[in-house]
Design a protein. Sequence first.
Length: 185
Amino acid sequence: MNAVALAPTMAANDAAPDSAQPPWNDEALHPRLLRTVLGCYPTGVAIVTTRTADGRPVGLTINSFASLSLEPPLVLWSLVNRSPSLQAFRDCAHFTISVLGCEQEALARHFANPAVLDKFAGTAITEAPEGVPAIAGAAATLVCASDHHRETGDHHLLVGRVLRVARSETAPLVFHGGRFTGLAA
């Protein structure tokens, strides 16, 4: 990994020129403004999948995935409380997180579209030993045991204990500023 040179920080008593002061927002913090600000932070794009109790596959696109712990191996992601898939993920024993490659933008859009009723129709998947589907050709896949979930604000936080992983040399798909992009080589 290449080191990034950062500008030197100023001591607390150093006077900063006015141009160094951020334009702090003085108005009410509206969800749209917060969403725009959070869009400055690039995230990876993944599809999380599981099966319902009757065996039906369920999946959706997320960009809220993060590492939580290496010992034990835990990851987390979030799902809006009004999602029709929430019950399936709260009740599941296992799920997969497939980190999408830069060539899988159409798949990300497909799984993000609530109008698509059968997201798995025509989608290449592999089956994890735990019986849950994973997206074929993903940059990385994590198979997780559902460990914990908790309602927080307007989302549910879901924690998974990583059981197994797979990866490829595919560059990841990235979401930044409200659009999909890739990483520069």
